[in-house]
Design a protein around this ligand. Structure first.
Ligand code: AMP
Length: 190
């Protein structure tokens, strides 16, 4: 059973690649960002709590996120899982370790999409125009990068030390990046 984390800075292409990876490997898809946007659209208590934090480009509290993940992992049933946008802090990564162990799941690999900063900003501003995401304005984008550098980047070191981090060049055509990702997954699968 494959359990994969797709890791990368905001705008690295995690969402785009996830859609195709989930299809190819028949995985359950867990995106904390998608779950939160759905809660916001439905104006649930969680959605209302999350809205201001997300629109400032900050991270939600680990406790809230872990609660969401616990539910989502339970709902995944017997399928392998692709995590997108989680874990974003070392505390979240440590909680995930315990959660996977509790469910007798094994983390197969962490794929890290590497894209230069200038291209990330360009991609996000473009997405802001297309999708109209409230957290894709220039000021919020800067905040999201600040949060990424301070809190999320250490997660890559955490997995590097465990020997499960696979870096993949995230620039070029979407199909080309997809091929690079699947090559890494297939190495681990064999
Ligand atoms: P995303 O679509 O993954 O870029 O997530 C959008 C926003 O949701 C982020 O900028 C955070 O404010 C929040 N968020 C999503 N996932 C997490 C997480 N694992 N930890 C904390 N905040 C998160």
């Amino acid at each position: 059973m494959l359990n994969i984390i797709l890791f990368g800075a905001p705008g690295a292409g995690k969402g785009t690649q996830s859609k195709e990876l989930v299809k190819k490997y028949e995985l359950a898809y867990i995106s904390t960002g998608d779950i939160l946007r759905k809660e916001m659209a439905e104006e649930t208590a969680l959605g209302l709590k999350a809205k201001d934090v997300i629109n400032r480009g900050e991270l939600l509290s680990d406790d809230l996120i872990i609660e969401i993940i616990e539910k989502a992992v339970e709902q995944a049933g017997a399928k392998g899982i692709l995590f997108d946008g989680f874990p974003r802090t070392v505390a979240q990564a440590e909680s995930l370790e315990k959660l996977l162990e509790h469910h007798s799941r094994h983390l197969s690999l962490v794929l890290s999409l590497e894209v230069p900063r200038e291209e990330l900003v360009e991609r996000m501003l473009k997405r802001a125009k297309i999708e109209g995401r409230a957290d894709d304005t220039e000021e919020v984008i800067q905040n999201r990068f600040r949060e990424y550098e301070a809190k999320t980047k250490p997660v890559a070191d955490f997995y590097q030390k465990q020997g499960v981090l696979h870096s993949v060049v995230g620039t070029g055509a979407v199909e080309e990046v997809f091929r690079r990702l699947t090559a890494e997954i297939d190495k681990v699968k064999q």
